[in-house]
Design a protein around this ligand. Structure first.
Ligand SMILES: C[S@@+](CC[C@H](N)C(=O)[O-])C[C@H]1O[C@@H](n2cnc3c(N)ncnc32)[C@H](O)[C@@H]1O
Length: 216
């Protein structure tokens, strides 16, 4: 919501999945671009249609496979303007991708992120992926991962100490880095009662593109 309130002209939801923020928020002049695998996107659009929910005028869709499609071109095809600031939200997606796809996508985001743009990026904690985590929610996640008929395989994770340099290498400056404690504090301040607490397996970064870019 801050992006809308701050009048960021564009929001790109990368791997939007069944996120309905673009339908629920009164985003006015802010344009929203949803990208996801064709199959997921098609199913979502059918479900929305079935429920009688119209696509707002400021929302555009395109399919992408982050493991092979060029993100910048995909965005531009549906009208995204790389010369205007934007909020890129890449939430809940990186664990599913091989590291090369994350590298190439981050490069592509950086090449299309005008100064003042922001990126929300979350990542799985390596301790969870490698079975060492003991915190709240980690054990349940590890159990699900190790189940032989689990439909999900995770490929990518970061150590929290490595996350900020990882993002900053691509020309972003990290503004906030939320781990379990910080996320629980945000929820407490917002008086959100989601059962109890957030689990430890995803951390979130908020980064921005400074006025002078320093990509490698
Ligand atoms: C756990 S969902 C997260 C959805 C949404 N961002 C959210 O936070 O609610 C993961 C999403 O990543 C998408 N995804 C997984 N692999 C992908 C790929 N190779 N290319 C594009 N999207 C992918 C899935 O289709 C799915 O929508």
């Amino acid at each position: 919501m801050e992006a809308v309130d701050d009048r960021l002209p564009q929001i790109a939801l990368l791997g939007a999945g069944y996120d309905t923020r673009a339908f629920r928020f009164k985003t006015g002049a802010t344009k929203i671009y949803e990208l996801d695998l064709a199959k997921t996107q098609l199913r979502k659009r059918r479900l929305m249609e079935h429920a009688g929910i119209e696509v707002p005028e400021n929302l555009k869709f395109t399919s992408i496979d982050f493991t092979r499609d060029p993100l910048k071109e995909k965005l531009e095809e549906i009208g995204f303007d790389c010369d205007r600031p934007a909020l890129f939200i890449w939430e809940g997606v990186t664990p599913y991708l091989p590291p090369e796809a994350i590298e190439s996508s981050l490069k592509s985001i950086a090449s299309c992120a005008a100064p003042g743009s922001r990126l929300v990026f979350d990542y799985m904690h390596t301790d969870v992926l490698e079975g060492r985590a003991r915190g709240f929610g980690a054990r349940e996640m590890m159990k699900r991962l190790s189940h032989s008929d689990s439909p999900v395989t995770f490929h990518f994770s970061l150590e929290p100490e490595a996350a900020e340099p990882f993002i900053e290498r691509h020309g972003f400056r990290v503004l906030k880095h939320f781990g379990e404690a910080e996320l629980n504090e945000v929820l407490r301040l917002a008086s959100v009662t989601m059962g109890d607490r957030v689990s430890v397996w995803m951390n979130i970064l908020l980064a921005e593109v400074p006025e002078t870019k320093t990509t490698d």
